[in-house]
Design a protein around this ligand. Structure first.
Ligand code: NAD
Ligand code: ZN
Length: 651
């Protein structure tokens, strides 16, 4: 018994540490697989000993609240969900009931309250009893109705998520953050639990409802589905669902599994809930779970293999990430041989070493991950020199998570990445220069500065002799480099690899400065922040970049060869040149404001957040509303357009 208690205490400690990192810092120090396995071990021990120790995660949900956001107690506790990996269990659980089967979205759970038709409060799940008040942040979720027809008190629970496509795009622009946010869930949680909702607004957070509280004046005929339909009618996006019976649930699970790959919403399983509200409620709850619903986790296909090596992969940001390289195995229909270990803490937690027997799986059926290390030799060493530049590495520790970095400002990894960034499709677009070729050319001393690319053609004899190059590929390469000399300014600016400047930011900057590189080079940080969509961090990076003599020389050197092309926009495309729009209220034709904004920008116009003297048009379908923007527009005699009128205007 004593041993079991010791193990339980140990498990509670490990799990609490992992949860703290997971929920508070939006980071992972172990895989979900590992977490769930240890958690199951704890449950088993609790059953055997008939004891639940203090602080056991089996009776707590979520995390302690450490942010400085205001806190609020939930009127009824926000629970977790009981889980199964067996489809058969779902059918059994359902019995003769009808159920709703939906994605289990993987984001941040939030409770919204609407009063008098507008959002009055948004609170996170927090530790289940007390959550963080994030009302201002929820106001900028892209798909939340701003005003609904129902004027009573409405409480709706759901998940705030960031779509995969947005996550990928944002990673490009959050150059220095991409190492911190490994998945959309982390990014979403970090984006919503912010004091400043400007950050939230830029992250394209969406809300999908999955539970609607009773309202006194509407009869839902005791059906969860009717609630969903009613909420959709009010303008909410509800989680995608299908209705099932014990006969159909297995085949519906199967169809969901086929859609995972193409589903833009991050999910980590499915949720099944009884449609019969009264029945579900009559079952009550356990300390941690409601009994009216159950989560289904994909039974991960697991393969055993041998760890061949740990590759240390340096990045342009200086982080050196461990990657497990193993004997290739088949998983969910494809061959995998590598899995990111994210950081040193994860690697140490698994006690990895070359030759270890490991199990690998695809998390949520998508991303390869190490599940377990069966032999735990722990012999993997952390390199004390950078694999790229040979400089001394450093271990950084933040909130208990250890990462390896190369502090060398001139690290060649940063250089290789810089070169490969410069030649990438969205930048100068030089075909046929892989990182491997760049590496060889750098080793030969043929590439040191970016502009050396343009003198490669003078080294024909040397290059055609090199492994992997021949006459033909040399001449193709030279052609590609020659062709790339004509580039637009945004592509060139983006190619320089300035921290935080993605292609779309580069476009905004170039447009603002009228494609005048000299003006950009001499601008101060504040000169950038007047651009809608450009914040102080980006402004600071651009101005800092051009302050460094080294960078100025690089740019001058490049300009000896590169010919900046004026961006030729056909006349029709300039229809909105010089016009400033403000968009407010809900939209019917465009999917969201962002889409409308992009349309305006594509036509040379600008969309800003508030109505001022400089505004040319306010777009609001509800022309007669007494919103502050409408009032202001009327005051300043600025025309208010409906979406249709706007569409006529650009026809
Ligand atoms: N890697 C780690 O270090 C680590 C640490 C802690 C937790 N975890 C992971 O987190 C899991 C536990 O997380 P949890 O308790 O936060 O959540 P959960 O996995 O128990 O999920 C339940 C929650 O999902 C939400 N949800 C999403 N879509 C829904 C839908 N359609 N219908 C109903 N509810 C829906 C609800 O908020 C519900 O409370 C563990 O299994 C583990 O995988 C990992
Ligand atoms: Zn280095």
């Amino acid at each position: 018994m004593k041993d079991k208690f010791d193990r339980m205490k140990e498990l509670i400690q490990i799990l609490s540490e992992a949860s703290k990192a997971y929920y508070q810092e939006n980071k992972e120090i172990m895989s979900n697989f590992e977490y769930d396995k240890l958690y199951d071990e704890l449950l088993e021990l609790e059953k055997e000993t008939d004891t639940v120790l203090a602080d056991s995660p089996s009776v707590h949900v979520g995390y302690e609240l450490l942010t400085s956001l205001e806190k609020e107690a939930h009127t009824s506790p926000m629970l977790s969900l009981d889980k199964t990996k067996e489809v058969g269990e779902l059918a059994e659980w359902l019995g003769d009931q009808k159920g709703l089967l939906s994605w289990k979205l993987d984001g941040l759970t939030i409770v919204l309250t609407y009063q008098d038709g507008v959002l009055s409060k948004a609170v996170t799940r927090g530790n289940g009893e007390v959550g963080e008040v994030v009302t201002n942040n929820a106001r900028v979720f892209v798909n939340l109705p701003k005003k609904i027809a129902y004027k009573g008190n409405l409480v709706i629970r759901g998940e705030a998520v960031i779509h995969y496509s947005d996550f990928k795009r944002m990673n490009e622009e959050l150059e220095d953050l991409d190492s911190r946010y490994k998945n959309p869930r982390n990014l979403c949680s970090g984006s919503v639990r912010q004091l400043n909702n400007e950050v939230t607004a830029k992250r394209n957070v969406r809300f999908y409802g999955f539970s609607v509280a009773d309202v006194p004046d509407v009869d839902f005929h005791n059906s969860v589905e009717e609630k969903f339909i009613w909420a959709k009618g009010l303008g909410f996006d509800m989680v995608d669902y299908v209705t099932v019976t014990s006969d159909t649930v297995a085949s519906e699970v199967e169809s969901f599994s086929k859609k995972i790959e193409s589903n833009d919403q991050p999910s980590d399983g499915l949720v099944l809930i009884y449609d019969d509200i009264a029945y579900g409620r009559s079952l009550g709850t356990t300390a941690k779970f409601p009994r009216d619903s159950i989560a289904f986790k994909w039974a991960d296909e697991i393969a055993e293999t041998t760890l061949e090596e740990i590759e240390w992969s340096p990045s342009r940001t200086g982080l050196i990430n461990p990657v497990a390289i193993f004997d290739p195995v088949e998983l969910e229909g494809s061959t995998v041989s590598r899995a990111s270990l994210h950081n040193i803490s994860v690697m140490e937690e698994l006690e990895l070493g070359v030759g270890d027997q490991i199990s690998v799986y695809k998390a949520n059926m998508i991303i390869p991950q190490l599940a377990q290390n069966h032999t735990r030799s722990g012999n993997a060493a952390i390199p004390d020199t950078c694999p790229a530049c040979g400089g001394k590495t450093e271990i950084e520790e933040e909130n208990g998570i250890r990462t390896l970095v190369c502090p060398n400002q001139f690290c060649s990894a940063k250089k290789i990445k810089l070169f490969s960034h410069f030649v990438s499709r969205d930048a100068m677009n030089v075909d046929g220069l892989s990182e491997a070729s760049l590496h060889k050319l750098m080793e030969k001393g043929l590439l040191t500065e970016l502009y050396d690319l343009y003198t490669l053609k003078e080294h024909k004899e040397e290059i055609v002799e090199m492994e992997g190059f021949g006459e033909k590929s040399f001449s193709n390469l030279v052609d590609a480099i020659e062709q790339s000399k004509k580039a637009t300014l945004p592509k060139f600016l983006y190619g320089l690899g300035i921290a935080n400047v993605g292609l779309s930011n580069a476009k905004l900057i170039c447009r603002h400065f009228g494609d005048d590189l000299d003006a950009i080079r001499t601008a101060q940080a504040e000169d950038f922040t007047v651009i809608d969509g450009i914040g102080p961090i980006i402004g600071e990076s651009v101005s800092q970049y051009f302050l460094l003599e080294n960078n100025r020389q690089t740019v001058d050197g490049l300009l000896e060869y590169v010919e900046i092309q004026k961006q030729e926009e056909p006349d029709t495309e300039k229809k909105l040149e010089g016009k400033t729009f403000v968009i407010t209220g809900s939209l019917n034709h465009y999917e969201n404001r962002k889409q409308l904004q992009e349309q305006i920008e594509a036509l040379g116009g600008k969309a800003t957040g508030s109505v001022t003297k400089k505004t040319d048009y306010l777009i609001n379908n509800d022309r007669n509303s007494s919103s502050s923007k409408n009032k202001k527009a009327r005051e300043l005699e600025i025309p208010i357009l409906t979406e249709e009128e706007f569409m006529d205007m650009i026809k």
